[in-house]
Design a protein around this ligand. Structure first.
Ligand code: AQP
Length: 335
């Protein structure tokens, strides 16, 4: 059976970008019934930038609640946090020895996140993509649903798999396919239509959190940056209007409509009319999720049981693949 792997970092609260860019697809792929789905809380990725330990613990459990609240069933899918399956870090080391420095230096996410002072970024942040390759290939996953921003990392994962297979003369690791679909594969900041919406943006007004209440969501959409023109009649009219495009994309993704359909309805109308409609749609979709998350967070022991069980199931798939990898490389295992 085709196997799906994807992960989200517990580096803050979940955003609408995570939901529309990734999690909505996670649920669809689970419910399609044709994939074996593995969904991970990638805590080892989160610590590539410093996390306050208590906040990390909370974000990890809250992310588990978030997965369940959006519709991931921990019985049908495997749901766990990365650090509990040691194979991720172990395979990442092997891949650190496969990937080339030049490949890593081309990664735009590192350049964006490290900023001007790249000498001061952690080595872990630089090596982030090899750990991501390990996450996916440790399970021989074939499909990886992600937002547009992860496309380059997925290509690197394929390069690493191909180079490993070539260097050792095996056909061991599959080349996983990215699944980047939907109207909002790249949700932008509400304050700046050229920047992606991110859970670690210092401005809370730049994003909608899955835990925001109805008033907060409405306020953030009302205050979202826009241009003064009315909405265009057709998608071509969004050219050069990143903020308008973003809000229309969000509407389309939430309503499960195409951008053209949304503009057929709202073309020619002012933002003062569109924004309240968008806010209402967002609240309708997100309030049941935040309510369910809050309920689930009441029972931490249950969340921890789900993570433990998920890690056991993940380990069962990962262990033989890691063992075989070591064998291919020539690492002697005598027990
Ligand atoms: N703005 C976005 N639009 C579409 N998809 C998005 N994703 C994240 N932001 C957007 C997708 O969500 C999944 C999990 O992302 P992540 O948490 O592992 O890391 P990230 O991509 O770096 O997300 P953030 O929110 O920006 O976290 P921080 O601020 O900590 O870096 C991925 O599939 C991603 O594509």
């Amino acid at each position: 059976t085709p196997r799906v792997f994807s992960g989200i970092q517990p580096s803050g609260g979940l955003t609408l970008g995570n939901y529309l860019g990734a999690m909505k697809r996670f649920v669809e792929m689970q419910n399609a019934g044709v994939y074996e789905c593995i969904y991970c809380i990638v805590d080892l990725h989160a610590i590539t930038v410093w996390q306050e330990p208590q906040a990390l613990r909370r974000a990890t459990r809250e992310l588990c609640a978030g997965y369940i609240a959006v519709g991931i069933d921990p019985e049908r899918s495997i749901l766990f946090n990365q650090c509990q399956v040691a194979g991720h870090a172990q395979l990442a080391w092997i891949f650190n020895c496969v990937a080339r420095l030049g490949w890593m230096q081309r990664m735009t996410q590192f350049k964006d996140k490290a900023g001007k002072n790249a000498q001061n970024a952690s080595l872990g942040l630089f090596a982030y993509p090899t750990l991501m390759a390990a996450d996916i290939l440790l399970y021989h996953a074939t499909h990886v649903p992600v937002g547009e921003d992860q496309k380059q990392h997925l290509e690197l994962t394929r390069d690493i798999a191909a180079k490993f297979n070539h260097d050792y003369g095996v056909e061991f690791f599959p080349l996983p396919e990215p699944v980047i679909e939907g109207a909002a594969t790249r949700v932008m900041s509400l304050r700046d239509g050229t920047k992606k919406m991110s859970k670690s943006d210092p401005s809370d007004m730049s994003r909608i959190n899955l835990t925001d209440d109805a008033d907060t969501i409405a306020l953030k959409i009302r205050k979202a940056r826009t241009d003064p023109d009315p909405l265009p009649e057709s998608p071509e009219g969004l050219e050069g209007r990143p903020e308008a495009r973003n809000l229309v994309n969000i509407y389309a993704a939430l309503a499960d409509k195409s951008v053209a359909e949304v503009l057929a309805e709202f073309g020619g109308k002012q933002f003062s009319e569109f924004k309240p409609a968008l806010a209402e749609l967002a609240v309708t979709h997100l309030s049941p999720i935040s309510k369910r998350m809050a309920e689930l967070m009441q029972d931490q022991a249950e969340i921890d049981r789900i993570l433990a069980r998920g890690a056991d199931r993940a380990e069962e798939i990962a262990a033989p693949i890691l063992r075989k990898t070591y064998e291919i490389v020539g690492l002697v295992q005598t027990r």
